[in-house]
Design a binder for this molecule. Structure first.
Ligand code: NAD
Length: 267
């Protein structure tokens, strides 16, 4: 591979990605670089993964073949202004921030630049990430294969049209948070009926993991799977009816809509 990968901004998402890349042995840790504006997280990540760290974003820009912009969305303008004249000619810049459009950031660079827009999620930390990827016209098929392999170090990927990126933020980028809420609520219900809390989280989380696997591994429609476990006059259909009465599906759809709208308006 022989490419150097650099991360500008070394928070939760960069850490999840670096962990996946190092553990999968995709490239040598010595060819991974990370910069951050404060030193605490940098020292921690250097100690944990033996990668190269720096407080100088320009070092990443000058040395790396793939530069991941892993700062918060509102910092993109500032960071791109700082690095745009130092990025290597053939470098691929990967944007992972919610709401950052390829076209707007091409303008920020004000020169021809290979841009990838990706939306990962934090289950990357346990190699179960889901990443959507879009690219601009300068990104070659070979570049795409490299980027695909990089993100596959920590989960599944799909190339999507850029217009779908806000929907991706709603359905996978941010959805671990709402799924944790569901798991917490499931467990609370079990605690209410006497189950110890720790045990309740195990039951709830494993049930959600298993249900997700059933969809991914059998390819069966989620509605058909729901019907298959809802026996006539049984316990499950009682719970399903109760959820419908409380507007469960509508609440989830509204949450995704709110997330998508926020993502659309983040620039
Ligand atoms: P974070 O706050 O944990 O990390 C951002 C890091 O950037 C911080 O460590 C901060 O010190 C550093 N930083 C700030 N200014 C800097 C600068 N000028 N130069 C270098 N470093 C600087 O945020 P995060 O959750 O890791 O999110 C990073 C990006 O990933 C965001 O754009 C977010 O939209 C995207 N993202 C996050 C998730 C998620 O679930 N956390 C999912 C998908 C995409």
């Amino acid at each position: 591979m022989n490419k150097k990968i650099g991360f500008i901004g070394c928070g939760n998402m960069a850490r999840a990605m670096i962990s996946g890349i190092v553990h999968s042995k995709f490239i040598e840790p010595s060819t991974i670089y990370a910069s951050n504006s404060s030193s605490g997280k940098l020292n921690q990540i250097r100690d944990d993964f033996c990668i190269c760290t720096t407080d100088d974003n320009l070092k990443i820009a000058k040395e790396c073949d793939v530069v991941v912009l892993s700062v918060k969305p509102h910092l993109y303008g500032k960071v791109i202004d700082q690095i745009k004249d130092f990025i290597k000619e053939e470098a691929i810049v990967v944007m992972i921030a919610a709401g950052q459009k390829i076209e707007d950031n091409e303008k920020r660079f004000n020169r021809k630049i290979k841009l990838v827009r990706a939306m990962p999620n934090t289950p990357a930390l346990v190699n179960e990430g889901m990443t959507a990827i879009s690219v601009n016209t300068l990104v070659t098929d070979e570049d795409k294969r490299f980027i695909q392999s990089m993100f596959e170090c920590f989960g599944k990927i799909e190339f999507v049209e850029e217009r779908l990126m806000d929907a991706v933020t709603g359905v996978s980028g941010s959805s671990p948070a709402y799924t944790y809420m569901f798991i917490e609520a499931l467990a609370d219900g079990a605690v209410l009926h006497g189950m110890p809390r720790k045990q309740a989280y195990t039951f709830a989380a494993q049930a959600v993991l298993g249900a997700a696997k059933m969809i991914l591994e059998t390819g069966t429609h989620p509605g058909a799977l729901k019907d298959a476990v809802s026996s006539p006059g049984g316990t499950t259909i009682e719970a399903v009816a109760s959820l419908e009465k409380s507007g469960f599906r509508s609440a989830v759809i509204e949450a995704v809509i709110a997330c998508v709208e926020k993502s659309k308006n983040m620039n």
